[in-house]
Design a protein around this ligand. Structure first.
Ligand code: CLF
Ligand code: SF4
Length: 502
């Protein structure tokens, strides 16, 4: 989301990123949307960036089969430290899935969305997927139901999705050009036979586009996911964004390719690299001219549970779930109360952002062109606050602050995919890895931090800051930006040496 800073420079906010006309962002950014759409997205942690600080999702892994092959997928691989789409620890039957959902909803009252995202393609397993949704529509009517698909089987199942109260559908669309598609999807299974090559890509693309159009016609909110694969579709994704926006998709989520040789995927084995943080952000910014972009995706496992970025799946194995006594009527009442409190907090935060008391740049007496933007990392465990110890953070959210604007641009995992084997326990310490992950950031905000990381961060040119504990993230980022600006550290009129000594 973007925070519009109040002050004399506010009208000169830097461009790029999510347009003020909406990125599935904060309540004010949703204001232009029809009420029916706002109601669908305002508490969905994927479709509304601001909501992801407050609300959780869960996935149930009921869909083992897939009807296509992607060069970045290998569903056999699982690891406790692994987190990427297609990976699960436990495959569930629909009945087990329903039990698990009721248990999680009772224990995590801010869990608002139940998604089915794999480990294969949910619509290649229609009985299991729709059977799960059917039961849940009756037993947990307060949950939003969400599904993610490669789109091959979508047109034939759109009406069934409508009948099962699914109001959010994600389609993974990596291309709209078969010549690009053939480099990503080597085959599809279509009308009882395997089809390879360009013909396969043509059919897949046609089905995806038809499915998108049919969903939009029926008022279903559609998100498009695309995997950014440098040298394969990175130059092409702007066109994908343009096409899906024109057809009515609500949000575009460009995700980085995850490809490691130990995952056993074609791209991993072939040494295909993923994009850097900078490449990903640049593409997201380029697409943002055409489309509302999602930047807070965590590329969840197909059995993920909890806030995005905080997987609590190990608290809800089927053994644990079977031992739980769930009174869902009582849970419903608690969920209602907790979610009402969250909404009250969100309204208060919104009031503060737009109110007279929050004037982050009013005293700058500078033009935006006098200063440069800066990346600031924050440690948070949710609630939209700076509320996590530096050493406990498994990820940092990264904001770009400028004289007119604070905007969320992404996250950095600090325990990113365990590469296992010989590289486990290598010489690089967790602290060194964290500092490397924070490359490009000039400050990190957290609730507390020890002496050792403090010194190491300073040496690396990243200023640690524990002075904004329990403050709202955007306000704290704006305040730190203002301090840096007032200290002359961001003044483009000074030489580098002068800024360093400021
Ligand atoms: Fe799940 Fe996907 Fe629904 Fe969200 S995830 S099915 S839309 S409830 Fe979200 Fe996870 Fe990213 Fe997906 S962070 S991988 S976008
Ligand atoms: Fe894997 Fe999903 Fe691609 Fe199927 S559609 S091969 S499950 S990434």
């Amino acid at each position: 989301m973007r925070l519009k800073l109040v002050g004399k420079d506010a009208g000169a906010a830097a461009g790029g990123g999510c347009a003020a006309s909406g990125c599935g962002g904060s309540p004010d950014q949703l204001a232009h949307l029809p009420e029916a759409i706002r109601a669908k997205v305002h508490n969905h942690p994927c479709y509304c960036e601001e909501a992801h600080h407050h609300y959780a999702r869960m996935h149930v892994a009921v869909a083992p089969a897939c009807n296509i092959q992607c060069h970045y997928c290998n569903r056999k691989y699982d690891c406790a430290n692994e987190s990427r789409p297609g990976v699960v620890s436990e495959l569930l039957t629909p009945d087990q899935a329903v039990k698990k959902v009721l248990a999680v909803a009772a224990h995590i009252p801010q869990m608002t969305v139940l998604g089915i995202a794999g480990p294969g393609d949910p619509l290649a397993n229609p009985e299991r997927t729709l059977g799960t949704f059917r039961q849940l529509a009756g037993k947990a009517p307060d949950l939003k139901l969400c599904v993610s698909t490669n789109g091959l089987a979508l047109p034939e199942l759109v009406d069934a999705l409508c009948e099962h109260s699914i109001d959010h559908v994600t389609i993974t669309i990596n291309c709209v050009d078969p010549d690009v598609g053939v480099k990503i999807h080597p085959w599809i299974f279509w009308q009882n036979r395997r089809i390879k090559g360009r013909k396969a890509a043509e059919i897949l693309i046609a089905q995806q586009q038809k499915g998108l159009e049919m969903l939009v016609e029926r008022g279903i909110v559609v998100k498009v996911n695309s995997v950014m694969i440098p040298g394969v579709n990175d130059q092409h994704l702007k066109e994908v964004s343009r096409v899906v926006k024109a057809k009515g998709a609500f949000l575009h989520n460009v995700m980085p390719l995850i490809a490691e040789v130990e995952h056993g995927t074609f791209f991993g084995i072939m040494g295909q690299r993923g994009p850097s943080h900078e490449e990903l952000q640049a593409l997201q910014d380029t697409c943002a001219g055409d489309m509302n972009m999602m930047r807070h995706c965590r590329q969840c496992r197909a059995d993920a549970v909890g806030l995005l970025g905080q997987d609590r799946g190990n608290e809800f194995s089927m053994d644990q779930v079977e031992a739980m006594e769930i009174d869902y009527a009582a849970a419903l009442e608690r969920r209602r109360q907790v979610q009402a409190a969250i909404e009250a907090n969100r309204r208060e935060a919104q009031r503060r952002k737009t109110g007279e008391t929050f004037v982050p740049v009013a005293a700058l007496h500078r033009r935006p062109s006098d200063s440069r933007p800066v990346l600031i990392a924050v440690a948070t465990s949710g609630g939209g606050l700076i509320n996590q110890h530096f050493g406990h953070a498994r990820e940092f959210l990264v904001y770009e602050a400028s004289a007119g604007d604070v905007r969320f641009i992404g996250h950095r995992r600090v325990d990113r995919y365990c590469s296992g084997g010989e590289s486990c326990g290598d010489a690089e310490t967790a602290l060194q890895r964290t500092i490397r992950a924070l490359a490009g950031c000039e400050a990190v905000l957290c609730s507390k931090i020890g002496y050792e990381p403090w010194g190491a961060l300073e040496t690396a040119g990243i200023q640690p800051n524990g002075e904004h504990a329990m403050e709202p993230i955007e306000e704290a980022v704006a305040a730190v930006y203002r301090e840096m600006l007032d200290g002359g550290r961001l003044d483009v009129r000074l030489s580098t040496e002068e800024r360093m000594s400021a």
